[in-house]
Design a binder for this molecule. Structure first.
Ligand SMILES: [Zn+2]
Length: 734
């Protein structure tokens, strides 16, 4: 960002003139006005923001007027009228210049929300206002408000900046103060990502024109999450017509997303599409050829498309047209170090550099979030600046920094503030920013929270473990969340709470920030066979009380609530005292997938799997399976309990049928029960108990559990046509 402040004030140090400045309020009375040069709605919003905060500081209400009669101490906002002759060279969208001129202040912009951002900058730099979170700001009351002689410009590092925070929906000042935009503000019809099924609905065309959709595994796969056959000219025609009406309905918007559906590798492999992709050496090949044709039909507009999962790598030959925007996603990268420092990051960085060599129109979607656990520590502050500078250097002009911005998310307030500051100006020092925020937001608790952040960052790096966006706290229980460190983190939070004990506002902020540590402790405790029940029970009660106090509603991307988690904890994870018959051995007709088989013994260890599939579960991919439990000798029992995981987002679908049989010799089996399980499209994570329970005890040595899996993702699922998983944990015999 280009920025300069010239201290013209020094030039005017003659003793008989007033010190050069713009005096907006003097001794509690307005002495200047806010002048608008036009009726522009953004400029008007900027004027009201200044009026509002000047009043909060001084108690005086500045007048807002539209006039050409500018007087001493006025601040003039807008590019017209009185400001027409103010130089605004090189100002880009959202950029601005603030310049002192003869006891007045002029605010001119490069369009967009420039005037609002100018006022935010004035308030932050010269009026002592800082904005932290949802209606949370700090300022020092004063009876006089004056702006010194200034001349500076600011231009954002990224023309579009997006992140997440709960205050975006509840606090009208927040989003503007953080310089954030929303897709709704710029994308026509709010079509900004995963739009294929909206533009060419499979519900409309799927049956009559399966050839519009991807061909693979010997057939076409129309479905809500299917991709397109991009070489089919009819698809281009239909999509063109749809876009034409979208733009006509949204004449003020100039960009729209035409982008692949989410979460799968179902690109078309028909002869024609495959030939294009083979020639281009990447699956983005057929996509970019298609988008270029669309872009040609809408020369004044921009077509945004995803470079995501299978389409992340750039094509070898074709270049995106100027008005094709490439939305590149770093979803597969690990986050413990910056993108240039680990293998997954380098693969992404190579793709970024490849795209950067063929286009200047790149949108990067970066992930600083744990999708399966919003309430876990996600120590990635140390990599944010470096990554954003890499994006900026590589022609990235639009950026979405996705974070757990919901209530209770790990440092949600700091995180949005920090990424917003960096997206506006990538050259800032992230560590200094973190410290500024901590001091302003947590007061005397700041040093302890800073130590907590740095200690965990060091522990993560020292552990050699990756930081993944689908981790469980359990993934780090021998690393950054090991007991000796947990004790230190808790001690730091205890001291932080003590430091602000007399200030209920600050204390609550510390409490809210502690939630991820509390959740991690609970979630790790459930994997401990020697759980300290009384201690954990007390901690669970406190966690429950706090999530209620802070209205924390989401535990993960699938919409599970923390209160449900607490209830589940009591029934599923707390030792039940139930007697179970030990299993001497398990034989598999088809062994579990290697990736999720190492914990085979965990099927009968007495501990139930958690909501994160990455830990504790045993999984099979695309196959039915049978498990035979050997009890060692004939035993009497009344039930066999088998628990399955339902996690659509991770392609884990509970089976359609489970059949229980018993045998005394291991050869001749008698069926006990066959249980059907209906299809379930609910995206929430669930545990599916498909158990046999009898009225009377039965006697057997062998128990066979036949599992009929779904095997292939159905048409409504992201993975349409591809193998899906089933996961089991736990099995116990009653
Ligand atoms: Zn095709």
């Amino acid at each position: 960002m280009k920025q300069f402040i010239s201290l013209l004030a020094l030039v005017f140090c003659l003793h008989f003139v007033l010190p050069a400045q713009v005096l907006l309020v003097k001794n509690g009375k307005p002495s200047g006005r806010i002048i608008l040069t036009s009726n522009d709605s953004i400029d008007t919003g900027a004027a009201r923001l200044l009026q509002d905060f000047a009043e909060r500081i001084t108690g005086a209400k500045l007048l807002i007027q539209k006039t050409d009669q500018v007087k001493k101490n006025d601040i003039v906002i807008g590019n017209d009228g009185f400001n027409k002759n103010v130089q605004k060279d090189n100002l880009q969208e959202d950029g601005f210049r603030i310049v002192y001129n003869n006891h007045t202040l002029r605010v001119v912009t490069g369009g967009g929300k420039g005037s609002i951002y100018a006022i935010v900058s004035l308030l932050e730099r010269y009026c002592g206002v800082s904005y932290w979170g949802e209606n949370e700001y700090s300022l020092t009351p004063a009876s006089t408000l004056q702006i010194p002689v200034v001349d500076f410009t600011e231009t954002p590092s990224f023309r579009y900046r997006q992140s997440q925070h709960y205050a975006m929906a509840t606090d009208s000042v927040y989003g503007n103060w953080m310089h954030l935009k929303t897709p709704r503000e710029i994308f026509a019809g709010n079509l900004w990502v995963h739009t294929f099924d909206f533009l060419l609905p499979s519900a409309v065309y799927g049956e009559t024109h399966p050839e519009y959709y991807s061909y693979f595994n010997g057939g076409r796969h129309p479905g809500k999450a299917s991709q397109w056959c991009l070489s089919n000219p009819e698809v281009l025609e239909i999509v063109s017509q749809r876009l034409d009406s979208v733009f006509k309905a949204n004449p003020d918007k100039h960009i729209v997303s035409v982008s692949q559906n989410d979460g799968n590798y179902t690109f078309c492999q028909c002869k024609k599409c495959k030939a294009v992709d083979d020639y281009e050496g990447a699956h983005s090949g057929s996509l970019i050829h298609f988008m270029n044709k669309l872009a040609e039909r809408f020369p004044g507009k921009e077509i945004s498309t995803l470079a995501y999962l299978y389409s992340m790598k750039p094509p070898r030959h074709v270049k995106p047209a100027k008005n094709v925007n490439v939305m590149l996603c770093s979803i597969d990268c690990d986050r413990e170090v910056s993108l240039k420092e680990n293998a997954s990051g380098r693969e992404f960085a190579a793709a970024l550099e490849g795209w950067s060599a063929i286009t200047k129109n790149i949108f990067v979607w970066d992930y600083g979030i744990n999708f399966d656990n919003y309430l876990v520590p996600f120590p990635n502050f140390h990599i944010l600046g470096e990554n954003m500078r890499l994006f900026h250097k590589n022609n990235v002009s639009m950026h979405f920094s996705q974070i757990a911005g919901s209530r209770g998310g790990d440092f949600a307030e700091l995180r949005t503030w920090l990424v917003s500051k960096l997206m506006w100006n990538v050259d800032q020092d992230e560590d200094a920013l973190v410290q500024t925020f901590l001091r302003g937001y947590y007061g005397a608790a700041a040093p302890y929270l800073y130590q907590y952040i740095k200690l965990m960052e060091g522990a993560l790096l020292g552990s050699g473990k990756r930081l993944w966006i689908y981790d469980s706290p359990v993934s780090h229980k021998e690393g950054m969340l090991k007991p000796s460190l947990m004790r230190r983190y808790n001690s730091l939070f205890d001291r932080a709470e003590k430091a602000v004990a007399a200030d209920s506002v600050l204390l609550k902020r510390v409490w809210r920030t502690r939630l991820p540590l509390q959740y991690s402790e609970l979630d790790i405790a459930r994997t401990n066979k020697k759980m300290q029940v009384d201690d954990i029970s007390r901690k669970l009660d406190l966690f429950e009380e706090r999530v209620k106090l802070f209205s924390v509603t989401a535990l993960n991307e699938r919409g599970n609530s923390p209160l449900d988690y607490c209830a589940l904890y009591r029934t599923r994870y707390m030792p039940s005292g139930k007697q179970t018959i030990p299993v001497a051995g398990i034989a598999f007709s088809i062994p579990p997938s290697e990736k999720y088989a190492t914990m085979g013994g965990e099927l009968t260890d007495g501990l139930y799997g958690g909501m994160t599939f990455a830990e504790g579960w045993v999984g099979w991919l695309g196959a039915d399976a049978a498990l035979t439990l050997d009890l060692g000798s004939e035993k009497e029992f009344t039930g066999v309990h088998t628990d399955f995981l339902h996690q659509l987002g991770a392609w884990i679908l509970a089976p359609s049928n489970v059949t229980y049989s018993i045998s005394t010799n291991g050869t001749d089996y008698t069926m006990l029960q066959s249980i059907d399980h209906p299809e379930d499209r609910n995206p929430q994570v669930k545990f599916v108990d498909l158990s046999y329970t009898g009225d009377k005890p039965v006697k057997a040595r062998y128990i066979k559990i036949d599992v009929t899996a779904i095997k292939t993702c159905p048409h409504w699922h992201y993975g349409v046509g591809h193998p899906c998983w089933f996961f089991i944990d736990e099995i116990w015999i009653e």
